[in-house]
Each structure stands twice: as structure tokens, then as C-alpha cells.
Design a protein around this ligand. Structure first.
Ligand code: GAL
Length: 376
């Protein structure tokens, strides 16, 4: 099995888009390895779109752009592997990638073998320029089979943006994760939209093939390709906590060479990463307080019996949120209660009449790892 928990890493797209080159990738690998990000779990260094020449070689193989990658991709792989990290690349099931570089339609086996020759460990596989006469699930299945027969363990990261009811067929393609959302932008509106879009598809993710809510924008602060407005630190905290509670892969998208301390603290929060990568990989579920999409209470039952729980306030005003512990299966009549501290602030949970409550600021959250205890 290639992975049994959601993968973590860094991807070039959110900040650099077409401006990718060897120097960027190797220097980012250095930072990943040396700054504590690798220790926190981030291991894949992924080159997204725009790495190739527009033409294949005479044998029909993809060619890295020599101006961007003068030593080729095996060199990049060796460098990344020497740092104890893993190497990811990008292609697409259509006739061109989204940025109009050569893609793998009808070349799946050739390309999978090429990636294996370059010692690639991860393939992000997009959905642009897909011929309308062929079903996406067949094209993804073809690449899944090609990777499985490439002679190398390559994590298959499907990126169809949830199109064509991806959730119904992705599990049959060999994909290890699947993009359940359109592209993220570095704005509060985008983060909120992507969280709400997960509500109805949560049962389709989990161990083996994780719902990928897209790369993180924490730390972008409005800079780079999807930078736009940027978000506040509280909004980035909500973003990271939601991705972790919902069990998404965690792929950093900011320029990690210039990351501020606040972003780093969010991205390396050990309590949240432990929830994201919990060995049980249980499906999270959402309780909408007052039937309102803007107040998702997110619950995830963990391998050791603890319960990860988050109050989220996606609205523009402060909200009083609550949940009786009995609704989480922690029953007062059975002599049970709970304790826990907020994963960001360390604040102990507030209980009144065995009901957990919080006043949560707009665009805010409180997240606890609840430990069940006996009432004396
Ligand atoms: C999009 C994809 C992005 C990025 C881009 C590259 O479709 O969702 O994450 O990979 O293509 O062109």
C-alpha cells in the first residue's frame, strides 16, 4: 500500500504556476528538509504544470524544459531523495495539460514508464482537454493501471475537480486521493466554499483514496498565482483545522523559503496533523448547528477512542455554538464526560450541564481532541 494516511507535501502551483525551475524546487526541498516541515510530516515535493517542453522527443517521450530543468528530472529526484523526501510530478488525462503542455491521453503507459525511470513517487493527474468522446473514469483507470505496472510505487493523485460525479467512480481507478473541489484561491470566500462543498461527499473519501480539498493557501498572504486578497491568520487557522478534521491531504502552496512564523506554526500544529493522519481514517461527519451551513460542527472518531471535534463559524458575526456531549456518544447517564484543550490556544473546553459550548468569532473555530473520562 502506497499510503494509508493522507499524504503531506509542498506543490509549486499555488504560488509559482508557470515559474517553475530546478533552483526553486531544490531550494524548497532544502527548506522542507531543514526547517522542521519534514519532521512535521511534509514529505512530497511536487512539480505541478509547466515543467515540460511543448513537443515530445522522437520516441514520443515527455521532455523537461532544459532551460528550467537543465539537469533533467532524475537529477531532481536524486536530490530530493537524498534529503529523505519524495518526488512528485504532474500530467493530465487530456490531449494537453491545463496550461497547454503535452499530456498523457493515449500515452499513459509511455508516460508512466518515463515517470518511473525518473524515480517519481507521486503523480498529480489533471482533467483538462479531455476528449468528450471518452469517459474520464476510463482515462483515469488507464493511468491507474499504467502506474501500477510501471515498476515503481507511484502515488496516484487524481485531479478532476469533482467533475463528472468523480466521487462515484474514483475508487475504481487506483487513485490514492482525488480532488473533490474546484481550484482554491487565497481568499476567505474560497475556503468557506470548499468546506461547504464537502458536506455531501464526505462518505466517498477515506483510507485508500482521500478527498483532496486542494492545496493549502496558509502563508500565501495574497502573494503568488492564486494569491488574490489573502486571508487573516484566523481564517488560515480555520482553513487548516477544517482540512485536518475532514482528513484531506495537506499540500503546502506558499513560498516556504519566505514563510512567516505564524504560517509555520499553523502548518505544523501537531495536534491537528495527528487528527488528519489518524490511523483509523474514520469518515468525519458534520452536524449543522441550527441547520445552518455556516456553523458546521465537525466530528471524527479517532483510533484511540478520542473524538476530534470542531466548532466552526463561517459566518460574518460571532456565534454561540453548542453540542450536548451525549450527541457525540459521551453519555452522562452512562457515567461519562470529556475533557480537552483547544488545539490552537490550549484553552480548556467549557462544559455546562454536560453540554460543550463556545462563543466563536466570525471566521473562527475551536477544535478539541476530546478524551472521554468517567464521572467520579
Ligand atoms: C488545474 C489544477 C491546479 C493546477 C493547474 C495546472 O486544473 O486544478 O491545481 O494543477 O490545473 O495547470
Amino acid at each position: 500500500m502506497i499510503t494509508h494516511v493522507p499524504p503531506m507535501g509542498w506543490n509549486t502551483w499555488n504560488t509559482f504556476a508557470g515559474e517553475v525551475d530546478e533552483q526553486l524546487v531544490l531550494s524548497s526541498a532544502d527548506i522542507l528538509a531543514e526547517s522542521g516541515l519534514k519532521d512535521a510530516g511534509y514529505e512530497y515535493v511536487v512539480i505541478d504544470d509547466c515543467w515540460a517542453l511543448k513537443e515530445r522527443d522522437k520516441n514520443g517521450k515527455l521532455v523537461p524544459n532544459p532551460e528550467k530543468f537543465p539537469h533533467g528530472m532524475k537529477y531532481v529526484a536524486d536530490y530530493i531523495h537524498a534529503k529523505g523526501l519524495k518526488f512528485g510530478m504532474y500530467s493530465c488525462c487530456g490531449t494537453m495539460t491545463c496550461a497547454e503542455f503535452p499530456a498523457s491521453f493515449d500515452r499513459e503507459y509511455t508516460d508512466a514508464r518515463t515517470f518511473a525511470e525518473w524515480d517519481v513517487d507521486f503523480l498529480k493527474y489533471d482533467y483538462c482537454f479531455k476528449p468528450s468522446s471518452v469517459e474520464g473514469k476510463l482515462l483515469f483507470r488507464r493511468m491507474g493501471l499504467a502506474l501500477a505496472n510501471s515498476g515503481r510505487d507511484i502515488l496516484f493523485s487524481g485531479c478532476s475537480g469533482g467533475l463528472d460525479a468523480t466521487h462515484e467512480w474514483i475508487g475504481s481507478t487506483g487513485a490514492n486521493m482525488w480532488r473533490s473541489t474546484p481550484d482554491i484561491m487565497d481568499t476567505w470566500e474560497s475556503i468557506k466554499n470548499l468546506i461547504i462543498r464537502q458536506y455531501d461527499i464526505l462518505p466517498f473519501g477515506g483510507q485508500g483514496c482521500f478527498n483532496d480539498m486542494d492545496m493549502l493557501v496558509v502563508g500565501m498572504n495574497g502573494r503568488g498565482h492564486v494569491g488574490l486578497k489573502g486571508c487573516t491568520a484566523d481564517e488560515y487557522r480555520v482553513h487548516f483545522a477544517a482540512w485536518c478534521l475532514l482528513g484531506s491531504p495537506l499540500m503546502i502552496g506558499c513560498d516556504i523559503r519566505n514563510m512567516d512564523a505564524e504560517a509555520k506554526a499553523i502548518l505544523t500544529n501537531p495536534a491537528l496533523i495527528a487528527i488528519d493522519r489518524d490511523a483509523r481514517c474514520a469518515h468525519p461527519y458534520i452536524i449543522r448547528q441550527s441547520d445552518n451551513d455556516e456553523y458546521p460542527l465537525i466530528v471524527r472518531h479517532l483510533a484511540d477512542g478520542d473524538i476530534a471535534f470542531g466548532f466552526f463559524n463561517l459566518s460574518d458575526s460571532a456565534a454561540n455554538l453548542w453540542i450536548p456531549l451525549a450527541d457525540l456518544g459521551i453519555s452522562f447517564t452512562q457515567g461519562k464526560s470529556a475533557e480537552g484543550k483547544d488545539v490552537y490556544t490550549g484553552k480548556p473546553l467549557a462544559l455546562k450541564n454536560e453540554t460543550l459550548f463556545a462563543t466563536v468569532p466570525p471566521h473562527g473555530c475551536e477544535v478539541y481532541r476530546l478524551k472521554i473520562k468517567d464521572i467520579k
